[in-house]
Design a protein around this ligand. Sequence first.
Ligand SMILES: [Zn+2]
Ligand SMILES: [Zn+2]
Length: 175
Amino acid sequence: MDLTSYAELAVQLVNMGNELKDPFSLRALLEETGRTEAAARLTRRDIDALCELRDELAGVFASAADGDDADAVERLNGLLVRHPVHPQISGHDGQPWHLHLTEGGRVADALAVGSVMGLASVVTRLGVDRLGICQASPCRNAYLDTSSNRSRRYCSERCASRANVAAYRARKRGA
Ligand SMILES: [Zn+2]
Ligand SMILES: [Zn+2]
């Protein structure tokens, strides 16, 4: 399992907002990210559970963006308790033996374990400040800062250029 890709999934779940309630949107996201088996097994109950998870993950990003590391970590620790890992060694498709964090069970559980472990891995390897909220208001999308100089402030190129245009106009008005 690639934990960074699961940390990205956490970001994608948070940023789906209410679209997460739409099974077609969530199924499309899972398929786009190579999780076709999960997409096929997705149920209404999974979606309800993932909506709750989304709110909790959003809380982690909000605390991290506020610079409240202790609160972000406390929230993640709470999620780790509620979504315990059941690791299994797996070998398939000609790959060497590797760890799967969750086997079988519900789709929502597998995605929750992955997202939470993904964020825990980013926080412990790179730092809480790698989790952020887009600075181009009114956008409140979450992002993962994997840049080498921790310079990321926006969720997307689109928001970055929107913020640049706004700053340029503000400077012009001020001049
Ligand atoms: Zn595998
Ligand atoms: Zn944004």
